[in-house]
Design a protein around this ligand. Structure first.
Ligand SMILES: [Cu+2]
Length: 198
């Protein structure tokens, strides 16, 4: 293990401990031998909440604060997106350098129109990205994000999505920077972002 890999590994262990989900633990175990952080992320081709096709190139020059989730999520997604919105209200200068992005892990239900009204509730700076199931699967694979459909018996929704819940920061060059515990309170998240984004 190189020094950087080891540091990432330790950071992910700490995050896994904090988040305490089996999904994140699995991710850590599977990804620990990965040779470089540079392997995380990369190209994607999706559709935004206005129906416009976008790729990673459209975000170059800005940080992306990415959360992977879905609009029918009852708790983790809305709570985390609200924390991100509140953190940006604590440190509004960040908005000039960073775009908060929700990438749907539920492309079957999350149409651009569904995402548009959903992300608008958190602030005008939020972008929502969705795509075909194949396009989303490709991004989840490249960004090492776990998501799985779980049947919901007796619910009108039919199914929910189990998904990893870290908040990922990607740099202006598209490279992975760090991941944040979604349970950080808004002032703490704002402080962590300010430490990194000068
Ligand atoms: Cu969720």
């Amino acid at each position: 293990m190189g020094k950087g890999t080891r540091a990432l590994f330790l950071a992910l262990i700490a995050i896994a401990a904090a988040v305490g989900t089996a999904a994140v633990t699995l991710l850590v175990l599977r990804e620990a031998p990965a040779p470089a952080v540079a392997g995380l992320g990369g190209a994607f081709s999706l559709t935004d909440q206005d129906g416009k096709r976008v790729t990673e190139a459209d975000f170059r020059g800005r940080y992306m604060l990415i959360f992977f989730g879905f609009t029918n999520c009852p708790d983790v997604c809305p709570m985390t997106l609200q924390r991100i919105a509140d953190a940006l209200d604590v440190a509004p200068a960040l908005k000039s350098k960073l775009t908060p992005v929700l990438v749907s892990v539920d492309p079957e239900r999350d149409t651009p129109a569904a995402l548009k009204s959903y992300v608008a509730a958190f602030g005008p700076e939020f972008r929502g990205l969705t795509g075909s199931p194949d396009e989303i699967a490709a991004m989840l694979k490249a960004y090492k994000v776990y998501a799985k459909k779980v049947p919901l018996d007796g619910s009108a929704l039919g199914y929910t999505m189990d998904h990893s819940a870290l908040i990922y920061l990607y740099g202006p060059d598209g490279a992975f920077v760090t991941a944040y515990d979604p349970a950080l309170d808004p002032p703490a998240l704002a402080a962590r972002l300010q430490e990194t984004i000068k």
